[in-house]
Write a protein that binds this ligand. Structure first.
Ligand code: GRF
Length: 204
């Protein structure tokens, strides 16, 4: 078997998607390994999850960098040093600039708790409830220069129940995120994702 894909996960908070990826990638037959976790917040619980799995962590403090471009460049250098092949955003609350996205073409993924292109941006579960939709869901997509845009890799839907709160809906969607994200990483690692214009073709 060829060397496993080297994955970096970027986080800012809780890290439940990171945990799902760590759980999946620790299986010996999984074609990818998490080699680095980077946070822009010092006390992100996600960092403890990484440490518990023996994965190196870095807190890259935005205050140490004047401009966003300088932060992105330092991040990019670090990922290159770790010979990363795929960058997974998992609750990473910073927007990555154009130069960063161009430096990692087709190699950055994100998970978002809505059926994109519906409800990009903040509090998508709240947006779903406010718009009265009957179906919500999760999306894993490649990152382009926009916010929560970029070619869609996998999606999964969940029902919106009449008595849902933002919290109950978020929990239902989160379970799908945890299922989809490791699956998207696996497909990428197996070389089965091809970006064709704005679409992702999943090869069998
Ligand atoms: C998830 O809902 C993800 O879709 C969104 O931010 C949340 C992060 O949660 N981008 P966690 O840190 O992975 O638990």
């Amino acid at each position: 078997m060829s060397e496993p894909l080297r994955v970096a996960v970027l986080v800012s908070g809780r890290g439940s998607n990171l945990a799902a990826i760590l759980e999946a990638t620790r299986r010996p037959d999984f074609p990818a390994r998490v080699v680095l976790v980077v946070s822009d917040r010092e006390r992100a619980p996600a960092l403890e999850r990484a440490t518990a799995h023996g994965v190196p962590t870095v807190f890259l403090n935005p205050k140490d960098f004047g401009e966003r471009e300088a932060y992105d460049a330092a991040l990019s250098r670090m990922l290159a040093d770790y010979q990363v092949g795929l960058v997974c955003l998992a609750g990473f609350m910073r927007i990555l600039g154009r130069a960063f996205v161009l430096a990692w073409p087709g190699r950055i993924m994100n998970v978002h708790p809505s059926l994109l292109p519906a409800f990009p941006g903040l509090r998508p579960q709240r947006q779903a409830l406010d718009n009265g939709v009957k179906i919500a869901g999760a999306t894993v997509h490649f990152v382009d220069e926009g916010v929560d845009t970029g070619p869609i890799i996998l999606q999964s839907s969940v029902p919106v129940e009449p008595d849902d709160t933002e919290e109950t809906l978020a929990a239902r969607i989160l379970a799908e995120e945890h299922r989809l994200y490791p699956e998207a990483v696996r497909l990428f690692a197996e070389g089965r994702l091809r970006i064709v214009g704005c679409r992702v073709v999943v090869e069998r």
